[in-house]
Design a protein around this ligand. Structure first.
Ligand code: FAD
Length: 524
């Protein structure tokens, strides 16, 4: 009896040792031709735009169809050990949201292009695109038909699935809503490996869950995006303010015109804060220079903060230039900006939409693109935006910000409350985006530690002052914080997770749910 027990104990010991040294995905080696274990692939899947966290997956899947995505998720869902799976679009997250520790990253956007080409319906004014398609390529394909999506992000080198998993916002959102309000239907591979087509009126629970769902409920493999006739040109205008309440009054007035005919409203309303003398002529503001260099001190009314309203009017080749001027003038007349601070430029629509890429190339050439980005994006209720101005722009930030600070209001009624996104409980709320780059150039004010600390101070300020902000592109590290973020939407969010990804396989880089097999994994 004793030798048998000894043998059994030795076998158990061996199983434990082997069990611990094997990674849950090791059994995948050699099973799928699209799976890569190549070091370069693993390394690039471990990185993101934020450059603040890096976790390598065990493998990277380069899918050539939704069926490939379904196969890997089904394997993860059904395997005894379990492993996590994260979609990665263009990897432009800040805090490792598309990383997959000890799991598989599904590389949805690739250098070799989407596996499925966009299909445009001219008649029904939509385009069907692969979930990893970049918005720049969506635009290029629809322009061939004289059409374009209605709602944008400021930067187009982001994937369709990546922005729809957040919301997708820019200066058109006041009018058309975020990108998630402009999607007819999507194909989704759920956390059980099922491919489901869903829309507002078909499998609507899953449709609403994935819109702004942070990748928690499924991987979007196809999206049907609403189109409009594409304008050909844009009148792009910037005007300056030294008084915050006049600035926000004008912004709010402009977005209140959303229901008006297009001749009586602007097509895009954004704005930014200038707290840094250098910034007015910076990359987002190249607009002002070199022909129009602006010195803050010459116009800032004694203070050191200026606000810039940014608006555009789209027009067509067939538009009468005189009537475009008249429409713009009639709208500007209603605003109370600093007289003589009107900066106007006129450019092709595509150049306007792709404006940030131009800035990217400039920053890349100076080695200033691939640096850590401790970004903070907040939705601030309209009723507290003045307090935010006092406490943050005129308080915590000092006079160095290390990047653009965007500020613009949106209309809540353009957001579908059934989706997973949470926004403040007011009819109008602002996006405040602190888009910072940390530098190691000897300037203490620009280090990653300093900027991250400032972000914490801003969040603390809002908490102490009871400003009910919501983070956009949210980042939390505990489930309690996530529950707080979702507030009354948490039970619905949780229920949807249990239904569509019951083993918590998907998008664990968001750190909302622990995988159900966590105890078997070395790290999460
Ligand atoms: P990734 O970083 O690859 O993924 C983000 C998250 O989405 C991950 O959790 C991932 O698992 C999940 N995901 C990715 N693809 C899919 C899919 N197909 N199905 C389901 N889940 C998926 N946002 C705006 O709204 N407006 C802006 O103007 C804007 N400008 C930006 C400018 C820059 C320079 C950068 C870096 C970001 C900007 N963003 C903006 C934020 C951007 O929308 C998000 O970071 C978005 O997630 C990036 O898309 P991505 O393809 O890089 O996603």
């Amino acid at each position: 009896m004793a030798p048998i027990l000894l043998l059994l104990s030795a076998i158990c010991h061996l199983i434990v040792i082997v069990g611990l040294t094997l990674r849950p995905t090791d059994f995948l080696i050699g099973t799928e031709p699209q799976l890569s274990f190549n070091r370069t692939d693993l390394h690039s899947a471990s990185l993101d735009f934020g450059k603040m966290t890096s976790i390598e997956p065990t493998a990277v899947l380069h899918p050539s169809s939704a069926a490939d995505v379904a196969k890997i998720i089904k394997l993860a869902y059904e395997s005894g050990h379990g492993f996590v799976v994260s979609a990665r679009g263009h990897g432009h997250s800040i805090n490792g949201q598309s990383q997959a520790a000890n799991g598989v990253v599904v590389q949805m956007s690739g250098s070799s292009g989407a596996p499925v080409a966009p299909v445009v319906s001219e008649k029904l004014m939509y385009v069907d695109v692969w979930g990893g398609e970049l918005w720049i390529d969506v635009l290029k394909s629809t322009l061939q038909y004289g059409l374009a999506p209605k709602s944008w992000t400021d930067y187009l080198y982001l994937s369709v699935g990546g922005t729809l998993s957040n919301a997708g916002i820019s200066g058109q959102a006041f009018n058309h809503g975020p990108q998630i309000s402009n999607v007819h239907e999507v194909d989704v591979v759920t956390g059980k490996g099922e491919v489901v087509t869903c829309a507002e009126n078909k499998n609507s629970e899953l449709f609403h869950a994935v819109m702004g769902g942070l990748g928690q409920f499924g991987i979007i493999t196809r999206a049907r995006i609403a189109l409009e006739a594409s304008p050909q040109r844009v009148r792009w205008i910037r005007v300056l303010y030294s008084n915050f309440s006049v600035f926000t009054h004008d912004q709010e007035y402009l977005i209140s015109l959303h229901g008006q005919p297009s001749s009586k409203k602007f097509d895009y309303v954004e704005g930014f804060v200038i707290v840094d003398e250098g910034l007015i002529n910076n990359w987002r503001s190249s607009f002002f220079s070199p022909s129009n260099p602006v010195k803050i001190s010459s116009i800032a009314d004694g203070g050191n903060v200026l606000y810039c309203l940014e608006i555009t009017k789209n027009y067509y080749n067939h538009s009468d230039p005189q009537s475009v001027d008249q429409e713009v003038d009639a709208l500007l007349e209603k605003l109370n900006y600093i007289p003589a601070s009107v900066f106007t430029t006129d450019l092709p629509y595509v150049e306007f939409l792709d404006r940030v890429h131009k800035a990217e190339l400039k920053l890349r050439s100076k080695g200033l693109w691939d640096v850590p980005h401790p970004w903070l994006n907040l939705f601030v209720p309209k009723s507290r935006i003045a307090d935010f101005d006092q406490g943050v722009f005129k308080g915590i930030l000092g006079n160095k910000t290390s990047g653009p600070i965007l500020i613009y209001p949106m209309n809540k009624n353009k957001w579908d409350v059934e989706t997973s996104v949470v926004t403040p409980n007011e009819e109008v709320f602002y996006l405040v985006a602190l888009l910072r780059s940390a530098l190691q150039n000897g300037d203490e004010a620009l280090t990653l530690e300093r900027l991250s600390d400032e972000n914490r101070q801003i969040l603390k300020f809002c908490k102490d002052e009871k400003i009910e902000i919501k983070q956009y592109l949210p980042h939390y590290t505990t489930q309690e914080e996530w529950m707080d973020h979702y507030g009354e939407k948490w039970p619905q969010f949780y229920k949807r997770k249990m239904e569509f990804d019951p083993r918590h396989i998907l998008a664990t880089g968001q750190r909302i749910f622990e995988p159900s097999f966590i105890s078997k994994m070395k790290s999460w």
